[in-house]
Design a binder for this molecule. Structure first.
Ligand code: ZN
Ligand code: ZN
Length: 356
């Protein structure tokens, strides 16, 4: 944690700020280890601080021994203004993407002569590359999904609702160590599978329907994410056809993942396959995203993201084809980027459409 704080401290000068105020919860955890839901960090070139209220003082002491703890007596804005005065700060950087107008306005008033300067991605740039411990937590979270997938394939029967499937899947993985779900599970059957983000509904699953299951859990604060499309009984011919195209696209994209490759190149590898079969218009989202303290983080594997992949990044690869009125197929694995390729963190089978 101290090393992470030092990296931010060393980057302050480049951003022309004397200190960085960190409020975004994953960024705050990344630098402090603090899991309370209220508090701010102030990173300076010298000492760094965690500013929180009475409820969290003991917790901060335990989780963030490398930070000096400041107790909020009145408001966070008052405590920050106090500290800024004491440290003689001139320019205070804040996370442009995460601060409300109201907070900015109040802080601006209280800070007086101190200039507030918006900065972007200062902590996120370091979060892109995962260290050993982070990779261990992510791998644990991912392996629970593989176990969950085996279980849920046995559970799905005609007449069971999508919501029952989501609940069963959640309970199974939580009883085995998942802290919580990474997002509301997508269980989309039949024509609903044409919705790329069809949250589990009360719809009963019928024979002959394809079902897209997109799910993830959190272990030690790190997320996991995978998707499989399965079929209850025999699916229609078009679902079979698009399954093999999505699989080809997914394998092509996975083959493109390695250190040194821009994220958009991986996206192109998936998109080209799908377009070559005439379904380009039916693949309307990016090919993948980073996974870590947030389920969706950088880099984005999209046509617009030119981030060069580096060893230790964790990304999903998840092309899909969605046919309104018919259904859809998506296959999503998560991988660690390596020097000469990538390592799969998802081991559930995908080489053919599983018929339950
Ligand atoms: Zn997913
Ligand atoms: Zn995903």
């Amino acid at each position: 944690m101290q090393t992470r704080v030092n990296k931010i401290a060393a980057a302050l000068q480049d951003k022309a700020v004397d200190a960085l105020l960190v409020l975004q919860s994953e960024n705050r955890f990344y630098l402090s280890g603090f899991t309370g839901d209220a508090g701010a960090l102030l990173i300076t070139a010298g000492q760094s601080y965690i500013i929180t209220d009475f409820r969290f003082i003991e917790q901060a002491r335990e989780q963030s021994p490398h930070l000096e703890i400041i107790k909020i007596e009145a408001t966070l804005e008052d405590a920050l203004a106090d500290l800024a005065g004491r440290l003689n700060l001139h320019v205070l950087g804040f996370e442009a993407d995460y601060i409300s107008y109201k907070f900015y306005d109040t802080l601006h008033d209280k800070l007086g002569e101190v200039t507030l300067r918006p900065v972007e991605g200062m902590v996120e740039q370091f979060r892109l590359i995962k260290d050993k411990d982070e990779l261990v937590a992510i791998a644990k979270a991912m392996s629970l999904l593989d176990e969950g997938f085996i279980h849920i394939c046995r559970f799905i029967k005609p007449g069971v609702s999508e919501r029952e499937v989501a609940l069963e899947l959640e309970m199974f993985m939580r009883l085995r160590g998942a802290e919580k779900t990474a997002f509301p599970f997508i269980v989309a059957s039949g024509a609903r599978a044409a919705l790329p983000h069809g949250e589990a509904s009360t719809k009963a699953i019928g024979l002959g329907e394809a079902i897209t299951l997109d799910f993830g859990v959190v272990v030690d604060n790190y997320h996991s994410d995978m998707t499989r499309t399965v079929s209850l009984g025999s699916p229609n011919a078009q679902i079979r056809e698009i399954y093999s195209i999505v699989l080809e696209a997914q394998l092509n994209a996975l083959a493109a993942v390695k250190a040194g490759v821009p994220a958009c190149v991986v996206d192109k590898a998936a998109r080209e396959v799908i377009a070559s079969h005439g379904y380009g218009e039916n693949f309307g989202h990016g090919t993948g995203h980073g996974v870590g303290l947030a389920v969706h983080e950088g880099p984005g594997l999209s046509s617009r993201d030119t981030t060069v992949l580096q060893e230790g990044m964790v990304v999903t690869v998840e092309p899909g084809i969605y046919l309104p009125g018919v259904g859809g197929v998506r296959i999503e694995d998560s991988v660690v980027v390596e020097q000469n390729g990538c390592r799969l963190l998802t081991s559930s089978p995908k080489d053919r459409l599983i018929e339950l």
